[in-house]
Design a protein around this ligand. Structure first.
Ligand code: MN
Length: 369
């Protein structure tokens, strides 16, 4: 995989030189597990790291300029983005300015230009010859820590595979090639997990343990500024983990109700004659993705659901297989502040004043398809 060795060597060098290492992960389970896997590998080599998990409500999509301005107190440091970064041009510029050396580890689609950073590990890069491309980000990180730890990898393999398997399920990437290998072994390990909080969760009988874990933890909004999935998966005390499970279940119930109400409200606005569905939601932006997923199941055409926050609108996109929402947004990039993701599931941020132009541009794009 292009730059796998280089990234591994650079991180190991930083550990040796006692440089500060900041890991910045996206807020979903894939981002969170990516931070934990790489962080534990760094510790295994004798280093330390500072974890930051994205706060999408506050910072927008990925490692944005806003995110950098909130973490710049850590500079100078080696900053590693996980499960985000490949489309954060402004964030990369800002990171350099405030004194970070920036490495991107991502699995999202690479746009026509790439951010100006020190190294990029993303199997979607065109010059990357690795035959398999459809990793979850935690799968890419799994390959990286294998390289980093060498012979010591076997000590951590079980923990890493448990986390990588959960992320691979959560990110809904296909069960083939490298992913199949991660899932075959990882899911077997999860029958008797070594991660403390998962052990606690396993105490209750469930039909599908992994599905249950994903639906409890794949929630992106922080509580009191803290990412609960990260807290849960790094909790080493079983009692504390059990208490958190009760809290997570309450949260899940509340959220389910919220989504049902908002989904119904959005569906009522749709006539069915639209070329694309482009709707404003009046709900917290962390619900946009779940609601877009439900709307596309009903209508089978590109869905853009956004929420206004001051002068900005922030949204989620879903497209049907064969369509490419990221390419569509690339064609309409003039109206967007930032965007990125996968062809069938992506996100975007723009100024409210550009909403009408963006919609027209997207309708034109999908009319030609
Ligand atoms: Mn991901």
């Amino acid at each position: 995989m292009k730059n796998l060795k280089k990234v591994s060597n650079r991180i190991k060098e930083a550990i040796k030189n006692n440089e500060k290492i900041v890991l910045f992960g996206d807020a979903d389970l894939d981002g969170v597990t990516s931070v934990i896997i790489l962080g534990e590998a760094i510790e295994e080599i004798g280093g330390k790291y500072l974890p930051y998990i994205s706060n999408r409500e506050k910072w927008g999509y990925g490692l944005s300029r806003e995110a950098i301005s909130d973490i710049k107190k850590e500079a100078p440091a080696l900053l590693v983005s996980l499960d985000c970064g490949i489309s954060n041009f402004e964030g990369a510029k800002e990171a350099k300015k405030v004194g970070f050396e920036f490495i991107i580890i991502d699995h999202h689609k690479v746009l026509s230009k790439i951010p100006d950073v020190s190294l990029i590990l993303d199997p979607m890069q065109e010059e990357d010859n690795y035959p398999f491309k459809k990793f979850a980000n935690a799968g890419v990180v799994y390959r990286l820590v294998q390289e980093m730890l060498g012979d010591d990898f076997s000590k951590k393999k079980k923990r890493f595979l448990e986390l990588a398997a959960i992320a691979t399920v959560a990110d809904m990437v296909p069960r083939e090639s490298d992913n199949k290998e991660i899932l075959d072994e990882g899911l077997k390990f999860l029958e008797n997990p070594s991660i403390t909080s998962l052990k606690a969760l396993k105490e209750e009988p469930t039909e599908n343990f992994v599905e249950k874990t994903v639906s409890l933890l794949n929630v992106t909004e922080p509580e009191g500024g803290v990412n609960v999935a990260y807290l849960f998966l790094t909790e080493e005390r079983e009692d504390a983990a059990r208490e958190m499970i009760e809290h997570l279940k309450e949260r899940q119930k509340k959220r389910k109700k919220e989504i049902e109400i908002e989904e119904k409200r959005i569906l009522e606005k749709i006539t069915g004659k639209e070329k694309i569905i482009f709707e404003e939601g009046n709900f917290p932006s962390y619900l946009a993705g779940s609601i877009a997923s439900r709307v596309i199941k009903e209508h089978k055409k590109p869905v853009f659901i956004y929420v206004k926050e001051g002068d900005l609108a922030c949204g989620s996109v879903r497209a049907v297989s064969g369509q490419d929402a990221v390419e569509a947004m690339s064609c309409c990039a003039d109206y967007l502040q930032s965007f990125g993701g996968h062809p069938v599931a992506a996100g975007f941020v723009l100024e409210v004043k550009n909403l009408t132009k963006l919609k027209k541009c997207l309708v034109d794009y999908f009319s030609k398809k």
